[in-house]
Design a protein around this ligand. Structure first.
Ligand code: ADP
Ligand code: TRP
Length: 329
């Protein structure tokens, strides 16, 4: 069975971008693939060198994973820092990665701009640690949102290069997996690019109905269409993206027709989006509360997950050591 792996950094609560961009795919995949999901706490050190109460941040996101429907019996969940084997592969991969290509990664350039006083080597080698996360399980598929495409390209390059240098067919080239037919970028409601923690434009899975509705009703719009069948400007297209991911096809079509004949009322459109988002988020929110209350179970799930992940990683690392020529210890 093909292996699947993916992770999210514990730098804040899960939002709808994370959910529709990645976690929903995780959940859909757990029945068909051999899945493992993890919490990328080492990666969060690249931007948050003093992570504060990391244990609790990890528990928070673990409860959110479970609430979204990840079943740890089918798909073990582990914490990245519990699997030290990853670091050995990270080292080998770094030996075959070049400064130039790492410096060209857009997320590196972006972060370097955002935190000019902390352009650390971890930030530069973020893609090789991500490649190690994936390749240590020899995963074939990785469910992530559009913003991770370049990191995924680096992971494939790491796999190819290792195979070429040592003349083996050891690592499969991991492919991005999208729940729908193409990469999804959940937009921000403030008219700007994507929904993301650092931009402060998120709807969180912990938000109550009132908060969600307020956020949606405040979404940026324009003055409305003036010509039938005109192209939608970005802010309106963004609202329709929410309809596409959260509402039924009939509802989408209904508002699309209203747009096309210029009779659309943005208030109604937003109310519909708010209502459909609340219907998705409310049950998840309730389950988050239940799972969060039981820290003993959360800790046990992470311990069990680490066990599975360590075994899987160790088998790969032993083989990598053998291929490079090191002793197996
Ligand atoms: P953030 O941008 O809020 O810090 P992360 O970078 O931690 O979110 O992303 C975790 C996962 O969620 C990744 O797989 C990423 O591709 C996905 N993701 C985050 N925001 C979005 C979005 N707006 N649209 C689609 N996927 C997203
Ligand atoms: N870079 C991913 C993000 O920002 C997190 C991540 C780390 C990841 N390692 C990974 C995702 C391995 C998929 C596979 O969201």
């Amino acid at each position: 069975m093909e292996k699947v792996v993916s992770g999210i950094r514990p730098t804040g609560n899960l939002h709808l971008g994370n959910y529709f961009g990645a976690v929903k795919s995780f959940v859909a995949m757990q029945d068909q693939y051999q899945c493992m999901f993890f919490i990328a706490d080492w990666h969060s050190l690249t931007t948050h060198p003093k992570p504060g109460d990391i244990q609790n941040s990890v528990r928070t996101i673990l409860a959110e994973y479970l609430a979204c429907g990840i079943d740890p019996v089918k798909a073990p969940i582990y914490v990245q820092s519990d699997v030290r084997e990853t670091l050995e592969l990270y080292l080998y991969l770094n030996m075959n990665c070049y400064l130039g290509e790492l410096e060209r990664v857009t997320t590196f350039k972006e972060k370097a701009r955002q935190q000019p006083d902390n352009v650390n080597a971890g930030l530069l080698t973020y893609p090789t640690l991500m490649a190690a996360d994936i390749l240590q399980h020899r995963a074939a598929k990785v469910p992530v949102g559009k913003d991770q495409e370049q990191n995924m390209e680096m992971a494939r390059r790491c796999a190819r290069r290792f195979n070429n240098i040592y003349g083996v067919e050891f690592f499969p080239e991991p492919q991005n997996f999208y729940f729908s037919d193409k990469a999804l970028k959940v937009p921000g409601l403030d008219g700007s690019g994507k929904m993301g923690k650092s931009t402060g434009n998120c709807i969180y899975l912990r938000d109550d109905d009132k908060t969600i509705t307020k956020k949606v009703m405040k979404a940026v719009t324009d003055s409305g269409p003036t010509e039938p069948n005109s192209e939608k400007p970005e802010v309106i297209e963004n609202l329709f993206t929410f309809l596409r991911i959260a509402s039924t096809p009939d509802t989408y079509q209904y508002f699309d027709e209203k747009w096309n004949d210029c009779s659309i009322r943005y208030g109604d459109l937003k109310k519909q989006i708010a209502q459909d988002l609340c219907a998705i988020v409310a049950p998840i929110r309730e389950r988050i509360e239940q799972f969060s209350a039981d820290t003993a179970t959360l800790d046990r799930i992470a311990r069990d997950g680490a066990e599975v992940a360590r075994q899987s990683a160790r088998a790969t690392i032993d083989e990598v050591r053998r291929i490079i020529g090191f002793r197996i210890i």
